[in-house]
Unconditional design. Structure first.
Length: 324
């Protein structure tokens, strides 16, 4: 008997997979890669004890985030629609893996939007899984799934976790020897207020795509015109990442070798006036004295030719109105 376990990297999904595995079921882990997830599942969990398959749902996610049928949570998290998407895709994979049912780590009452009894039923129905879905951590409080009805798993050995407390999960994790796991949201950036603010702004300017969504994860963001943005790296690592994410027609701004400072990426319709503004903003994060002049370097991708522009150091507050 084979089952597919949806693995977010959070504690609940790991517990659910291990619990069903302990009942003699062969479990295959399935992780859906979403652009809003900051977790690299294979780097974070090189050995889960079960086979792990990773599938990219980025394109489907972009369509979903524009107008989720069941709305957003406290920020830009469309939890119900997201779960329906993932469960629907998991159902499609049942024949490929010769699996008989799906395992989820959801806990009744843990989340106010997506884990009420009504929401759990809605997700089960709208995804098309129905009784093929087993939620082993709260199974004793829910209607029996097909796996329980047919005796593939012993319902008496499943659990009755409910509510927002994490203590039962922590105790079970200790018994199972599970010491590493992501935060309860599975590392979802959509629950973060600042990321959500940036995402709303991106959608408002009709700039939502995978490339721009990746940029939201980095740096300080400035709306420099209705059709252009600047992202300033917060440290050397982010500056290097911005260089890697730079696409054709993007501009990169950076200080000369004599001073320390970040790299910035500008995307959109950039004219010479905006080149100066970007240079000034980037300069405000460099290590020089107020009022001092220095040369900011810039280039337009993919060309290697560098240009130089002399600007004066300004306080960051001068650009506060542009900060997203």
């Amino acid at each position: 008997m084979i089952a597919i376990a949806l693995i977010s990297g959070g504690l609940d999904s790991l517990l659910a997979a291990n619990l069903v595995k302990s009942l003699g079921i062969q479990v295959i882990g399935l992780h859906f890669k979403l652009p809003s997830c900051k977790l690299n599942i294979k780097e974070s969990f090189p050995d889960l004890g079960i086979p792990l398959v990773e599938i990219d749902l980025a394109k489907e996610f972009i369509s979903l985030i524009r107008s989720p049928r069941y709305g957003f949570g406290s920020n830009m998290n469309p939890c119900i629609d997201c779960k329906i998407l993932m469960f629907s895709k998991a159902k499609e994979l049942l024949p490929e893996f010769k699996a008989s049912f799906i395992i989820s780590g959801e806990v009744l009452g843990q989340r106010p939007m997506s884990q009420t009894k009504q929401s759990l039923e809605l997700i089960k129905r709208r995804s098309g899984l129905g009784e093929l879905l087993l939620r082993p951590l709260s199974a004793g409080l829910l209607a029996p799934s097909l796996a329980e009805i047919r005796g593939w798993v012993d319902r008496e050995k499943l659990l009755k976790f409910s509510g927002r407390t994490r203590r039962p999960q922590m105790e079970l994790a200790n018994k199972m020897g599970i010491n590493e796991y992501a935060n309860p949201a599975g590392g979802c950036l959509l629950t973060d207020p600042q990321f959500s603010k940036r995402l709303k702004e991106l959608i408002a300017h009709d700039e939502l795509n995978l490339s721009n969504l990746e940029l939201l994860k980095l740096g300080r963001h400035f709306r420099i015109s209705p059709s252009a943005k600047l992202v300033v790296g917060r440290d050397e690592k982010e500056s290097n990442q911005l260089v890697k994410l730079a696409a054709d027609e993007d501009y990169l701004f950076y200080p000369n070798d004599k001073i320390a400072g970040p790299t910035s990426l500008a995307r959109g319709k950039i004219d010479q006036q905006l080149v100066r503004l970007c240079s000034q903003i980037n300069c405000s994060y460099c290590d020089i004295s107020l009022g001092a002049q220095t040369d900011m370097l810039y280039r337009k991708m993919p060309k290697e030719e560098e240009f130089s522009l002399t600007v004066s150091f300004s306080q960051r507050d001068d650009f506060a109105g542009l900060h997203i």
